[in-house]
Write a protein that binds this ligand. Structure first.
Ligand SMILES: N=C(N)NCCC[C@H](NC(=O)CCC(=O)O)C(=O)O
Length: 446
């Protein structure tokens, strides 16, 4: 029997050290805003505002807490010693790039936190989670331990939820989580088709691969996740991302495609073998027909798609169609804004467009879809999870007050060495785990 299920979205709360350090080669926005002064308070409030608006529309909206940054255990592991203040000072002096990396608030982009397979698809009929090793970038490779602890704390009931460790942290198994994974289905509670999109095949040097920028996700990683989650052939499709798109700045598939329900919204440059991908999905999808909404390069040139983050939108069910939740930049790029008007005039399957201001995150290459992790949950699973992280009016108010009390409104590179910042972060996060009822998840709490 098919159980009623919903798609819950868990947004990453932007951390107090949000800054622009130019850490992500291949991510155009990250590189072009290097050393700009950030506003962590505004960034966190923009994120909370997005969550609140979606919660007000009736979506189940959760939150994942930021990580402890600067991350002193990572600096110790790299040979810096002394008190925390001395470690910061020494790292700032001899290795400012390492200090910047361990200070990034990049855990905000929870589309990269994990790959999640709903219980309707998995062999053990539980929701399966695998935190992404994010091994392509040092600053992101240190996220998965705390991500794993957080997910275990929220989805603790082993009767409903299964947690796998991250894949081995080497480039052969580079895994970027849900940013390269989307699920197509009829109703959420029915078995679906999980589309895994990879950038290169690590064990096949002859296979097509980008030439300029790194392909972060490997085929081998995607296959390993599908195996761990017990997905049968009928529930999974592997597709290669177009290497030319990666070389144009599409560092994750969610910068060029997004799927929801029976609808795949994508750019004609998204896949290496578009026809094969569509037919692989069609032959597996049951109980519904695939709606392929294809955007041509003539309508929206690839560089406009990257600049606007059109495809990094959230595609959400509404009572009478689907809502595309787009970043504000989509209305600033002429070809994209015109395309959106045309899309709405077509009358479906996408019937509404709503604009969200997440500019602070966008300057680091993170749009609305990067900021959220989707978890399909049936009614029993929704009851079984820890509810303290679900946005309500009261939690929104509480978190807004918390951000206003603890966050700076200006952060530049030189501030990262300030040991007062570290104290502020720990005090804030300690309070936050109390607000969310998460127990001890941070290294400084254990
Ligand atoms: N597309 C998705 N799902 N996520 C976007 C992640 C953006 C992130 N940017 C950064 O990590 C930049 C940090 C800096 O440069 O300071 C990244 O490149 O991994």
């Amino acid at each position: 029997m098919v159980k009623h299920a919903v798609e819950a979205n868990f947004d990453g709360l932007v951390g107090p050290t949000h800054n622009y350090a130019g850490l992500s080669w291949g991510n155009v926005a990250s590189k072009s805003n290097v050393n700009a002064v950030s506003n962590p308070r505004e960034a966190a409030l923009q994120g909370l505002e997005k969550m609140k608006r979606l919660a007000d529309r009736g979506y189940v909206q959760g939150i994942l807490p930021p990580h402890e940054r600067p991350h002193i255990p990572s600096l110790r592991a790299l040979g810096f010693s002394g008190t925390d203040a001395q470690i910061l000072e020494r790292a700032a002096k001899s290795s400012p790039s390492i200090l910047a990396a361990v200070s990034s608030a990049s855990s905000m982009w929870t589309a990269n936190a994990a790959t999640v397979s709903p219980s309707a698809d998995t062999a053990d009929h539980r929701v399966n989670f695998t935190p992404a090793n994010l091994s392509a970038k040092f600053h992101r490779s240190i996220e998965h331990a705390v991500t794993g602890r957080t997910l275990k704390s929220i989805f603790a009931d082993e009767g409903y939820f299964a947690h796998h460790p991250a894949l081995p942290s080497v480039s052969h198994f580079g895994d970027e989580g849900a940013a390269n994974h989307t699920r197509l289905c009829g109703h959420y509670g029915e078995p679906g088709v999980e589309l895994f999109v990879y950038g290169r095949a690590a064990f096949n040097e002859q296979a097509p691969a980008p030439e300029k920028y790194p392909a972060r996700q490997t085929l081998e990683a995607s296959k390993a996740i599908a195996r761990l989650h017990g997905l049968k052939d009928g529930n999974r499709v592997f597709a290669q991302q177009n290497p030319a798109a990666i070389d144009a700045g599409v560092f994750h598939n969610d910068v060029i495609a997004v799927g929801n329900g029976n609808t795949l919204f994508y750019h004609d440059m998204a896949f290496l073998n578009e026809e094969q991908v569509l037919s692989d999905i069609r032959s597996r999808l049951t109980g519904t027909e695939l709606e392929a909404v294809r955007v041509s390069s003539a309508e929206v040139p690839l560089e406009d798609a990257v600049a606007s983050y059109l495809f990094n939108s959230q595609l959400l069910n509404t009572p009478d169609g689907m809502l595309l939740a787009v970043p504000g930049e989509c209305r600033e790029v002429a070809s994209v804004s015109q395309y959106l008007d045309k899309l709405l005039a077509a009358g479906g399957p996408i019937t509404a467009v709503e604009v969200f201001d997440v500019k602070q995150s966008m300057r680091n290459g993170g749009g609305p879809a990067c900021l959220r992790l989707r978890v399909v949950l049936n009614d029993d699973e929704l009851q079984a999870m820890h509810r303290g992280v679900i946005i309500t009016d009261a939690l929104y108010e509480r978190l807004t007050t918390w951000v206003e009390a603890h966050y700076r409104d200006r952060l530049a590179r030189e501030d990262l060495a300030d040991s007062m910042l570290l104290d502020e972060v720990r005090k804030a996060l300690d309070e936050l785990t109390g607000i969310l009822g998460l127990g001890s998840i941070y290294d400084f709490q254990i």
